[in-house]
Write a protein that binds this ligand. Structure first.
Ligand SMILES: Cc1cc2nc3c(=O)[nH]c(=O)nc-3n(C[C@H](O)[C@H](O)[C@H](O)COP(=O)(O)O)c2cc1C
Length: 158
């Protein structure tokens, strides 16, 4: 059966990761959970559903949490994997936001994050400068974690 990757992004890093994971899996359908098609997805077509979202101020992007919670019963019959995009190495926000899905997921991982300086608002730049003591683009994307996540999803989908 097919794989769906459903993602929620604010600045594009999670969208790029969704595409990278789809490539690693050898293909998957991708849906933007902030777009008009999010409410129209027919999950019956999918055996595996990967959900990814970015974290801001300790919270997972709301559109992903709302979408996943509304479909928890349907997702229970599928292989589910969850990935979080965020620059900090702190506890996973996805475990707080979606504990039920995390408990049954075939993979749950924080894959790192990216600061895309030019895309940040002025207040966001102030926050990042204060926390990270630096400015400009940066990436903490963990390639090994991405590979391990893709492999876990691939194996579970066989
Ligand atoms: C204002 C602000 C707050 C952030 N808060 C967090 C956070 O609490 N935890 C974290 O891991 N990353 C945090 N980040 C980093 C983002 O999650 C990171 O830039 C991520 O790649 C954004 O993904 P997106 O482009 O898909 O939205 C923050 C970034 C900004 C600009």
């Amino acid at each position: 059966m097919k794989t769906l990757i459903a993602y929620a992004t604010k600045r594009g890093a999670t969208r790029d990761m969704a595409a990278r994971i789809a490539g690693g899996l050898g293909g998957a359908d991708i849906v933007d959970l902030d777009g008009p098609e999010a409410g129209r997805v027919d999950l019956s077509a999918y055996g595996t559903v990967v959900i990814g979202a970015s974290t801001y101020a300790g919270s997972l992007r709301k559109s992903a949490v709302t979408w996943a919670k509304a479909r928890e019963a349907e997702l229970a019959s599928k292989k589910v994997a969850l990935f979080e995009i965020g620059s900090a190495k702190d506890a996973l926000a996805v475990e707080t936001a979606l504990p039920g899905l995390c408990a049954v997921a075939v993979a749950v991982a924080k894959l790192g994050g990216e600061i895309r300086w030019k895309r940040l608002s002025l207040p966001e730049r102030w926050i990042i400068k204060a926390i990270m003591k630096t400015e400009g683009d940066s990436s903490t994307i963990d390639d090994d974690a991405v590979e391990a996540f893709v492999e876990a999803v691939r194996k579970a989908s066989l």
